[in-house]
Write a protein that binds this ligand. Structure first.
Ligand code: ADP
Ligand code: MG
Length: 228
């Protein structure tokens, strides 16, 4: 059986989709080339992050395609220049650069969805960031889910004590987290609404702090023939 290659939309389009369902994403701008940097960056608050944009899903940090903690136009331009010169990022897959604000620090979770051939849309939440495969700490449900389901998913995780406040630590924004999970996996959520158009959604990481959260990396894979 032959499959068409998985088609992605780029990170800016994926974030716009998540934001249209009410999931907070960083403020950011698309930059085509270096001359545009000063004009665009003026709209943002430092520190900045620069990322390479591609319609083919890539692990940006593996190829030098993410630079965080930049504080000036000069640093942003240098970061883009470095990415343009880096042979690990083939020019033919680059559709531009994303300059965005850095999210407040917090715990890195993964929030994802996929359309299963037998169950339809499913949603998963778990420990995220670079240790996602090592930790293998995820809760999965068939959509649509309610806020109670979302809370239960969080309680199932091995990292639950960290999220709900353990050893005198303050809890993270659990209400915000439940809300974000429902906005993706609920009856009116992204997965149910776009189940014919997308095959996969991956927010990794969703950075959750004490008073808020932010989807700092969003990747959407379209279904064969799917359009948004
Ligand atoms: P990759 O394609 O490698 O997964 P990401 O966009 O997830 O790239 O960026 C890699 C890491 O950089 C993230 O896991 C996160 O720790 C950090 N990061 C990326 N964007 C931001 C941001 N806007 N604010 C804060 N941290 C960020
Ligand atoms: Mg990521």
């Amino acid at each position: 059986m032959s499959h068409a290659p998985a088609v992605g939309i780029d990170e800016i389009e994926s974030k716009a989709l998540a934001a249209s369902f009410g999931v907070p994403v960083p403020r950011g701008v698309r930059v085509g080339d270096l001359e545009e940097v000063p004009q665009h960056v003026a709209e943002l608050q430092p520190p900045f992050v620069v990322k390479v944009l591609s319609n083919t899903p890539i692990h940006k940090s593996d190829v030098g395609g993410v630079k965080v903690g930049l504080t000036s136009n000069t640093e942003v331009m240098a970061a883009i220049q470095q990415m343009q010169d880096d042979p690990r990022v083939p020019a033919e897959v680059v559709s531009g650069y994303l300059v965005e604000e850095m999210a407040a620090s917090g715990h890195e979770l993964i929030l994802g969805g996929r359309v299963d051939p037998s169950f339809g849309p499913v949603i998963m939440v778990g420990a995220g960031g670079i240790y996602v495969h090592v930790l293998d700490d995820v809760a999965v449900r068939v959509c649509p889910i309610t806020a109670d389901d979302a809370l239960e998913m969080l309680q199932e995780l091995r990292i639950a004590p960290v999220l709900f406040g353990a050893r005198g630590q303050d809890p993270v924004d659990v209400d915000g987290l439940v809300d974000a999970i429902v906005r993706i996996g609920g009856a009116d959520g992204l997965m149910m609404t776009h189940q014919d158009a997308i095959s996969e959604l991956d927010i990794n990481p969703l950075i959750v702090g004490l008073n808020g959260l932010c989807a700092v990396d969003v990747r959407v894979v379209l279904a064969e023939g799917g359009t948004l």
